[in-house]
Design a protein. Sequence first.
Length: 508
Amino acid sequence: MRIIAVVSILSTLLFSCTKQDLTNAEITEKSTRFSQESSHFQEIGMVDIGTAGAAEISAYDEVTKKLFVVNNAGGLNRIEVVDLSMPSAPKVIGNINIAKYGGFINSVAVNNGKLAAAIEASNKQQNGKVVIFSTDNYAEIAVVAVGALPDMVCFSPDGKFILTADEGEPSNDYKVDPIGTVSIISVDEGYTVRKLDFAKFASRADELKEKGLRIYGPGASFAQDIEPEYVAVAANSKKAWVSLQENNAIARIDLNKMEIEELLPLGFKNYNEPFNSIDPSDQDGGFFFNPWPVYGIYEPDALAVIPVNNVPFIYSANEGDARDYSGFAEMARVSSSSIKLDPTAFPDGVTLKQNSKLGRLNVTKALGDTDGDGDYDKLYSIGGRSFSIWNGLTGQQVFDSKDDLDRRCVELGIYPDNRSDDKGSEPEGVVIGRVGNRNLLFVGLERTDAVFIYDVTNPVQPVYLQHLLTGDAPEGIHFVSAEKSPTGRSLLIVSSEDDGVVKVYSRL
């Protein structure tokens, strides 16, 4: 793998508030019987939950050895309960009906015998809910109102907080655009909730946009335009980071003060630089990776956190997500008449517009006319086709996987050329697990139906280890440490949203 080594340091603790629950104390207390654990994984079991929408996110409870799986297929609107006491033979043993609480379930998380479910309203521009259940008997513990469209839910590692990323997506006609928020629920204070919005950063909009923040929804205020997607929490439960996907930024939150400290714009990826090559066409007769005069907008989905020497390193899956509504659609192909190329910036514009060149590539119409004269001086595509590592204090990028993911998918024969014009292999999920004396990064690739595994023990020099084939469109990636696993071996649980399949992998 081609890398840029910025520092060479070892990670000694980690936590990602995503689909796993490793804490600092657990890492410290690992017994020697796990220290030589193999880092190679293989599939050992699977369960078919249903059709598309049946298995988006999963969460595992180590006490009851149950897996809780989101199921929105065919309007079912429930959480399937899977017996995972024998991971090689998982089976559905029941469900929790969510219909009475509102619309679709978007996410689930487990901590200390509690299951939290993020549920959008039937009208998803209205405030949603987090419902907390007992993992033992599924009894309702609490119902908490949060922001509009809670898209992801997690517990802080100490169990004191439940956090949701309330995306606040606009209506299809873009006439109703809720404020994007982050809700923080205090478990020890009777499930009281505080919703944080981003209005205070409006005065810095120009400064932040200059660094790569995107604020561009028609008629939207700064707070309305922000769309939180995903939350990761530090091992000490003092800080949280939230991906603002459509806005191309990450927010840092102080959980003690319950306030958003800073917005960290992520800038752009130059596909014209060495090793950033892409295959931008699905009509060029194959796979041809070359440099092109195009930028990528990172727009991460999932995040994971590794604190290193008191500096939080944030791992991101740079999926990208365009706004595509009847009232506002930002994307167009380079060949489209709506994309007029500036002749000075693109002297070979006629050639670039050919379908075998850049013509098929989808780019945003909302960015790139730098001088306001009606033509495009720069071209920006959605997503980074990579995973990155960022300094969680400054927002500085310290590593990017460049073109490694797509190239490996081609070598493995799993890359779909019909995605070349969009977001490539489309990295969506990242999760980090401690296996023996190594930190492993698991990267879910939505369009190539695979998970790639990297050794990130040296966190800025990831080393590729292997790939795992998954169900169709892996969405939820959940790591179970050896200490919490029913088998005493680390498990990876991958839920795939387009075929409803949940696969279980075990380290050897």
